[in-house]
Design a protein around this ligand. Structure first.
Ligand SMILES: [Fe+2]
Length: 216
């Protein structure tokens, strides 16, 4: 393995461990782009409220839960996703899932499905179009609030699933590659009750480079 390949591998390990090293006191990271970077697909005001109010609230509430239970203060964020205490599980999921969601997006139209990601998607779903159709069905089929996910299963294959509320596939031993937030707070200002319009427009802002990085 060359020096540059070793460096790439180390960077990848560090990126993958980003969420694992979050511990109490939990902090809200800045968005990896400007609030208006996803316009016109996701408007600036939605991003401001979603990040500064909702994501902040999950962070604050997780800290409050940890202040009340010192055992939680030594655990990593991922350890808390499967907590049997609803307030811990829900707010830990709220923190993790939104960190993941922000990094799953980028400026509209700049990222394409390519290379090994395209190969794996075609292997699992026959075509990119079929994958997108099934992912949209999962996002539309989630009753109430939740998420749709592309995950890598325990034997390395790709699967689509959805979770309720702030539940996270890591709890079931699956590796998240991509997620769309289908809580109304993610789209209601711009798309009102038309979740389908949001889901279909959202493809324009997916950061496929990030998805491929998570796959490797
Ligand atoms: Fe959200």
């Amino acid at each position: 393995m060359s020096y540059s390949e070793i460096c790439d591998k180390l960077i990848h390990i560090l990126i993958k461990s980003k969420f694992m090293i979050k511990t109490f006191p939990f902090t809200l990271d800045s968005l990896p782009y400007a609030y208006d970077a996803l316009e016109p697909v996701i408007d600036k005001e939605t991003m401001e409220i979603h990040h500064d109010k909702h994501h902040q609230a999950y962070t604050d509430n997780l800290n409050k839960a940890a202040e009340a239970n010192v055992e939680l203060q030594t655990k990593g964020l991922e350890d808390l996703l499967g907590s049997g205490v609803p307030v811990v599980k829900n707010n830990a999921g709220g923190v993790w899932n939104h960190d993941f969601f922000w990094e799953s997006m980028t400026t509209p139209g700049v990222s394409q499905i390519e290379n090994s990601l395209k190969v794996e998607i075609e292997k699992a779903f026959a075509s990119v179009e079929e994958f997108m159709s099934k992912f949209e069905a999962a996002a539309m089929g989630r009753f109430g609030s939740g998420w749709a996910w592309l995950v890598k299963n325990k034997v390395g294959g790709l699967e689509i699933m959805s979770t309720a509320n702030q539940d996270n596939p890591l709890v079931d031993g699956l590796t998240p590659l991509l997620a769309i937030d289908v809580w109304e707070h993610a789209y209601y200002l711009k798309y009102k009750n038309k979740r389908v319009d949001y889901v279909k427009a959202w493809w324009q802002v997916v950061n496929w480079d990030k998805v491929e990085e998570r796959l490797l």
